[in-house]
Every structure is written in structure tokens, then in C-alpha cells.
Design a protein. Structure first.
Length: 252
């Protein structure tokens, strides 16, 4: 499938879709003002939750926990790259499979992490901790054209994710004090949507995410299941890579 077919598949979902009601500008602005009040409440509630998050305690983790990076074995402390904080995304992995068989959700959110300078300006490192072998997962990073720091945490998952479900997407935040490392926050499942901007922008549109779980007017197009992030059983963001001639064989 080429990019044209991807576009055609997307536009097909909106063909003959019903439309929002048409009103005068004054009525539109009035209803939008009412919604804006709820949006402001939502923003303020988010600010309050973030304030509580900043007041959470922390727990120490071993700074010498091993990871595998481009230069071989390194420590969790090394992954900070001398910055004060580290945000680690734990990328799910299907060992021995083609690129098309790798986690569509992890591919979705990681694809959005192209610009890291805003993290670095706040003394924060963002890195991916793959839950699979380094060489194989590194090839996936190269296939996708990602540039963020990449490690395998395969041999240390029970230590790093103790008490949590190994094989699920996670974001974990760390803070270091000298050579000590502390975990300050973690989230999983829909919590990782904070890495994505496309879905949040889709939420602003008339048809939303077009997923079956959404509360939308009768007849609104909803061809996608929650997390429906593939076309022809391949994660959406892989299609431009395939079209450019990249091989999705991660074994070589």
C-alpha cells in the first residue's frame, strides 16, 4: 500500500458522513463559549493534578541497573546523559517478528517524539527502553528513522518494573541526586497518550478520533476500534518507510 492508498482509506471513512447542524455565527459563538467554560475547568483540573504529582514522594532504584545501548552495557545512571531527570518509555516487543508485527500503540506514541530540545532545556533526557533484545529493536528504530536514545532493558525488567506488568507500555520518570536514582512517577495504558499530539488535535475536530468508544452523534463515522492504528495489519506510520524502500526484516 502506498501513501495514496492510505489517504484513500482515510477519506473513505468520511464519505457521505452526516454533518453538524448549520447555524448563524452568533449561535455558533454562544455554544462555543459555553464549551470553553468546560474546557477551562478541565485545564484547571489538569493543573491541580500536576501540582499533586509534583508533591508525590519517590522511591530509590538501583542506579547500577544494567541496560544495553549502542556501546554495550551501561547503567540506568548513564541513561540520564548527565541530566537531572529521565523520562523512559518502555517499548513493548515481539521478539523475532517483522517490523509490521511490532506494537502498534508503542509505534504510534514513539513516532511523535521527534523533537527533544524542549526536554533538554529543562535538564531532562527522554529515552526508549525496549522490552526486547537490543540489536533487533535497534533495527526497528533505524527502520522508523527515530533519533531518540535507545536501550534494551530486557535483562532488567523485573528490577525496573517490579510489581508492574512486563510487556505493557509504560512511562516511568526518574530523578537523580548525585549517583542515586529515584523513581518519581509512572503511568501505563491510556496514560501514555501524553506522548501523542495527533489524537489530541483530532479531539478538536468535528468527527473526533472516529473510534467506536466515543460519544458522538448518531451516524457519525466510527470505523476504528480504540487503538485502531493500522492499515492492512501494519502500523500507520510504517507505510511511508515501506514506500521509501526500507526493509522491515529486523533480523539482518
Amino acid at each position: 500500500m502506498d501513501s495514496k492508498k492510505v489517504r484513500q482509506s482515510a477519506s473513505k471513512a468520511l464519505q457521505n458522513a452526516p454533518l453538524p447542524s448549520i447555524v448563524e455565527r452568533s449561535d455558533f459563538e454562544s455554544q462555543l463559549r459555553d464549551l470553553r467554560l468546560r474546557e477551562k475547568e478541565h485545564t484547571h483540573q489538569g493543573d491541580a493534578i500536576a501540582a499533586q504529582r509534583r508533591r508525590l514522594p519517590m522511591v530509590e532504584v538501583s542506579s547500577t541497573t544494567r541496560l544495553i545501548g549502542p556501546n554495550g552495557s551501561v547503567t540506568l545512571l548513564d541513561a540520564f546523559e548527565d541530566r537531572r531527570q529521565l523520562i523512559a518509555y518502555y517499548f513493548m516487543w515481539n521478539t523475532g517478528r517483522l517490523a509490521k508485527d511490532q506494537c502498534q500503540g508503542c509505534t504510534w506514541v514513539t513516532t511523535h517524539m521527534g523533537e527533544l530540545s524542549y526536554f533538554h532545556a529543562r535538564d531532562v533526557t527522554f529515552a526508549v527502553f525496549a522490552q526486547g533484545p537490543y540489536e533487533e529493536s535497534r533495527r526497528y528504530r533505524e527502520f522508523m528513522g527515530w533519533q531518540m536514545p535507545w536501550y534494551s532493558a530486557l535483562g532488567s525488567l523485573e528490577t525496573l518494573l517490579q510489581g508492574r506488568h512486563i510487556g505493557r507500555m509504560h512511562i516511568v520518570c526518574y530523578l537523580r541526586q548525585g549517583s542515586q536514582v529515584f523513581e518519581t512517577y509512572w503511568t501505563t495504558s491510556r496514560g501514555v497518550e501524553v506522548m501523542d499530539n495527533s489524537y489530541h488535535l483530532l479531539d478538536l475536530t468535528a468527527y473526533g478520533r472516529q473510534e467506536t468508544h466515543e460519544d458522538s452523534p448518531e451516524g457519525w463515522p466510527q470505523p476504528y476500534t480504540p487503538g485502531g492504528l493500522t492499515i492492512d495489519n501494519r502500523p500507520l506510520s510504517q507505510w511511508p518507510r515501506i514506500e521509501s524502500g526500507r526493509s522491515d526484516d529486523l533480523t539482518k
